[in-house]
Design a protein around this ligand. Sequence first.
Ligand code: IDP
Ligand code: MG
Length: 142
Amino acid sequence: MADQAGNLTFAIIKPDAVGAGNTGKIIDRIIGGGFRIRAMKMIHQTRKQSEGFYEVHRGKPFYEGLTEFMSSGPCVVMVLEKDGAVKAWRDLMGATDPTKADEGTIRKEFGGSVGENATHGSDSDENAAIEISFFFSKLELV
Ligand code: IDP
Ligand code: MG
């Protein structure tokens, strides 16, 4: 299928979930949710990289903690494909704060706190394209 706005999103399995050994379970949920994994790699970001990725949140009270956490250990970055991928992935993840996430969502099951909440998902088609290109070249999408 040709890549188009609306069928791709960007996802991260964050360092808390990788460190807790939940990578496989979360990938299983992604596949079970009907997503096709178009690209995937494990990385350990530097502080500068995590600051660059979360640039939109610079200045917010949680920015320092967030960028420190995201560079604290390995994480898995992915490109996911599905119709309406951005919303579909956010629905599967659940709310930012795991205590407010719906039953059956990934953040409800695997998230420990509002900061260390197991996964990331893009919030718009435009940001999905920006975030995908931050970590992957076009050649890496299979
Ligand atoms: P999202 O990940 O659900 O899109 P955003 O508001 O974009 O949520 O925030 C990005 C990330 O920053 C969250 O996933 C979480 O890790 C962290 N974060 C957001 N709000 C807070 C907060 O109030 N305290 C601590 N960390 C937060
Ligand atoms: Mg966000």
